[in-house]
Ligand binder design. Structure first.
Ligand SMILES: NC(=O)c1ccc[n+]([C@@H]2O[C@H](COP(=O)([O-])OP(=O)(O)OC[C@H]3O[C@@H](n4cnc5c(N)ncnc54)[C@H](OP(=O)(O)O)[C@@H]3O)[C@@H](O)[C@H]2O)c1
Length: 231
């Protein structure tokens, strides 16, 4: 699939990894609809096509879809990450994380498939789908289920729509993690390096561009998923 001229929706496309996807799609000549929740100024600086929605609100996902109009590519990137161990994972907190990270992408894929005869979906996962990381249980569950949804939707939607995933390792520190602590994680990565944001985009573009690739997940984590260790 040539990305030039394609219309792309990127959730959470104004900041960090989502922003790198937005900029790279624009560089390839795609038209990007940047979805945002709080980052309005950043979204509007990137693209004339923006849409605001709180993905924690299931009704707003439907409204978002109506506003966006037809697209060729959907990138489910927006996500909520909380360090909730089992005792913190109340039904309310877990439901919120599952709504943003799993149910909103599910609904967007469902609506995309209803609208499109062909296209591609890219889901942002996490190398933790191969770990047993007890430090973020609702998040880990949401990404595990999204990985399985990637395969189920790939089967269900072939031959019209391809569905793939990228599973990054530590790429950018979360706000509560200092750069120094973050970079210490290199020690638990076989390749002894923090992957660059652009490597995540490159893996995603490989999956999007090749018309026979569907139901695949590429780990961009320096091999950490093979150790299965939670950090
Ligand atoms: N960063 C990493 O090292 C890493 C590692 C493994 C996997 N990943 C995965 O890669 C993807 C991107 O990571 P990231 O670190 O760049 O993500 P992030 O900064 O944690 O979140 C991306 C965007 O999600 C949006 N978002 C959060 N809650 C939302 C809500 N309720 N409604 C709508 N949008 C909401 C925010 O948009 P606004 O700013 O507009 O509010 C935010 O900018 C995620 O799926 C993440 O799980 C990242």
């Amino acid at each position: 699939m040539n990305l030039e001229g394609k219309r792309v929706l990127i959730t959470g496309g104004a900041q960090r990894i989502g922003r790198a996807f937005t900029e790279s799609f624009l560089a390839e000549g795609a038209e990007v609809v940047v979805h945002y929740h709080r980052s309005r100024a950043e979204a509007e600086a990137l693209s004339p096509f923006t849409v605001c929605a709180n993905l924690a609100d299931s009704d707003s996902v439907g409204r978002l879809w109506d506003e966006v109009g037809p697209i060729d590519i959907l990138v489910n990137n927006a996500s909520l990450f909380t360090r909730d161990r089992l005792q913190d994972a109340t039904p309310e907190r877990a439901a919120l994380e599952l709504q943003v990270n799993l149910l909103a992408p599910l609904d967007l894929i469902r609506q995309f498939a209803a609208q499109s005869k062909q296209g591609a979906v890219l889901n942002l996962l996490d190398r933790r789908i191969k770990a047993h990381d007890t430090s973020c249980i609702p998040y880990a569950l949401s990404k595990l289920a999204l990985a399985e949804l990637t395969r189920l939707a790939a089967l269900e939607l072939a031959p019209q729509i391809r569905v793939n995933g990228v599973a990054p390792g530590p790429i950018l520190p979360s706000p509560e993690t200092s750069e120094a602590v973050f970079h210490e994680r290199k020690g638990s990565i076989p390749m002894e390096r923090i992957p660059a944001v652009q490597e995540v985009v490159n893996a995603g573009f490989f999956l999007l561009k090749n018309p026979s690739v569907t139901g695949q997940i590429i780990y961009v984590d320096g091999g950490q998923h093979m150790l299965g260790n939670g950090v």
